[in-house]
Design a protein around this ligand. Structure first.
Ligand SMILES: O=C(O)C(=O)C[C@]1(C(=O)O)C=C[C@@H](O)C=C1
Length: 286
């Protein structure tokens, strides 16, 4: 298997998603020295796949508490050669990791901005005095907490084991069933069992009444279930939007195939990001 690129260092939730993806593609998968490629940022994850350093890249796309990961949407929109070839839905069970003797000794809490946001209520209630610092990933925060006892990290139990850090509290996310959905970017989707999903981006032809409705109506009339719709600004003009749509079905198979063919004349932009096997995300934090 070619390397899977993810937001590093080792021990991030993205790393866990990469492991889950490797297992899904190959049931007998065993980790090798070069199975994974830890990257410093999401653009670097994309670049690693673009320049063939990695065969697939893991990008967080949405979280059940915080919603869309805009950077991923923007990166995937601009991408020409790669497709969304899979998805991984991961339970995100946050822990407070650190070497402090008690909570009062914690001066700073470091984590990825998404993780800090997912634990906002816990932090306001239990660590009101601590300074919060956003860093590039949860595992980066854990690595730092290993060096500095006055600092705690919000990261996973996996990171606690990897960096040999005491777990001061578990499941500190504000909503227990916290999940993040990741897209897997690559060149060709592996043959995995259905049901399938398709991700696409559309713009309406004109900013007038009913133009978005005209697009959505085709899906409804063909009995196609939309699993998500998200708007992003076009960045060209205030009030102009792109719509990221996820729906059930494969772009190359009816009824979605016909709907997409019909949409060509009714949309400004129509970009198919990929069709891939659905992950039902059945595991949870509890
Ligand atoms: O920092 C990590 O552990 C990541 O993998 C990044 C990330 C994210 O970007 O949303 C992934 C899952 C969680 O939602 C928190 C952080």
């Amino acid at each position: 298997m070619k390397a899977i690129a993810y937001l590093g260092p080792p021990g991030t939730f993205s790393h866990e998603a990469a492991v889950a993806w490797a297992r899904r593609v190959d049931r007998n998968w065993q980790a090798g020295a070069d199975t994974f490629l830890a990257c410093l940022s999401l653009p670097e994850v994309m670049a690693a796949v673009q320049n063939h350093q990695a065969g697939a890249g893991i990008l967080p796309v949405e979280n059940s508490i915080e919603g869309a990961v805009n950077l991923t949407l923007d990166l995937v929109l601009e991408e020409e050669g790669l497709q969304v070839i899979g998805e991984v839905v991961l339970p995100v069970c946050h822990c407070l990791l650190g070497q402090a003797e008690d909570m009062k000794a914690i001066r700073e809490v470091w984590s990825h901005p998404q993780a800090l946001a997912q634990c906002r209520h816990y932090l306001a209630t239990n660590l009101r005095e601590a300074k919060l610092k956003a860093v590039t990933s949860t595992a980066e925060a854990a690595r730092e907490a290993r060096q500095r006892p006055e600092l705690a990290a919000i990261a996973s139990a996996f990171a606690a084991r990897l960096y040999q850090l005491p777990v001061l509290a578990t499941n500190i996310q504000d909503y227990q069933e916290n999940k993040t959905r990741f897209w897997v970017l690559g060149r060709e989707a592996p043959s995995l069992p259905g049901p399938y999903k398709t991700s696409l981006v559309v713009t309406a032809l004109a900013n007038r009444p009913g133009s978005l409705y005209a697009i959505l109506k085709d899906f409804a009339e063909a009995g196609i279930n939309l699993t998500r719709i998200e708007s992003r600004p076009t960045k060209k003009e205030l009030g102009e939007y792109l719509f990221f749509i996820d729906c059930e079905g494969k772009a190359t198979a009816p009824p979605l195939k016909e709907v997409l063919a019909g949409l060509k004349s009714r949309t400004g932009l129509l970009k198919i990001l990929g069709s891939y096997s659905q992950d039902r995300g059945e595991t949870s934090c509890s």
